[in-house]
Ligand binder design. Sequence first.
Ligand code: NIG
Ligand code: FE
Length: 417
Amino acid sequence: MYADLLIHSAQLMATLRGYSDGPACGEGMSEIGLIEDGAVAIREGKIVAVGTTEEVRAGGWAGPDTRQISALGKVVTPGFVDPHTHVLYAGSRENELSLKLKGVPYLEILKQGGGILSTVRSTKLATDEEIKAQTSRRLRTMLSMGTTTVEAKSGYGLMVEEELRALRLIHELDGEQAVDLVSTFMGAHAVPPGYSEEEFTNYIVDVMLPQVAVEDLAEFCDVFCEPGVFSLESSERILVKAKELNFKLKMHADELASAGGAELAAKLGVISADHLLQASDEGIAALARQGVIAVLLPATSFNLAKNSYARAREMIRAGVPVALATDSNPGSSPTESMPLVITLACLYLRLTPEEALAGCTINAAHAIGRANQVGSLEVGKQGDVLILDIPNLNYLPYHFGSNPVETVIKRGKVVWG
Ligand code: NIG
Ligand code: FE
């Protein structure tokens, strides 16, 4: 039996092996399974051999029809997993830039009917085809920058028909382009005009969640838990109901204010708590105790321009597994770039390149319940592999603002480069 594809002679290959049962945490985040002169063989979309070039060649995987790609002088990694995005929407919000530069706070823009509510309006006005075309373009950019699996949230619909439409479009897009999508219902993204927070929370709990569950349109449920958006009480009601309906849970927690979001995330046993800029010491300790993954979004901090970043080092020291994501959205993080996130994570979250790589591969895969399929180069996993045109791992955060990705392989096929 021969492989369809053999990538060989990599200067350095980061396998991220050994974390299938649980995410990397503490010192483990630095142990990323490096192999010099590495090779990986893929057959029928799955990895069949990983090791040094010599070992993989000795396994007899290279046959007459095997496509061989040399990664000489380059770095090979698993495809990036982006575990927190709001990538499905229509329109853009560059008009808010001048407000932001004048110092108008993010939540103030929302209160004035802009922000998320402005994207809700532009998405409602767009046809399915327009939303899909705009989103596909962003997914294509993500793919070109090495992202092969993406979590995508609804939340620019807010009303039940629009939220169901968003989730259906995510499912359609999943089948129509190369990036794999994992869907999250986030009706609790903003309170629409005409509703009190309590009324809208009732609507999510009584109307939206049951319908999303019946149509089996989302794996996860997420809430924007933040004073002035959804309180701890509302967030808890929504997530408790979601759990009853068999959704896995996520939470936007302690982004703008320290309000017990991390503590609630730990109490509810969510898979991931995201943002966490203002998480308290007790909150961080609680996340560690419960094994909740902290999904950190340094591009959002960067773009909100407040010079404030999550306390990643304290989290790692406390034993919280850290993952990284773009938060790709039209307001607080209009980017598709995981390489940029890696640079910001190293410079401002003070992660090492090894920790940053663990954060956007295996730990990100755990954060979306896909660690059995993606996030590492191990036999049996999906053949999602990147060839980076960089000489060593430090170069990845070091040289920023351009694309380090030379070739993207998805399920054993070259899909970009
Ligand atoms: O994660 N925090 C809420 N949601 C997004 C922003 C969405 C938007 O501004 O459109 C976030 O930052
Ligand atoms: Fe978000």
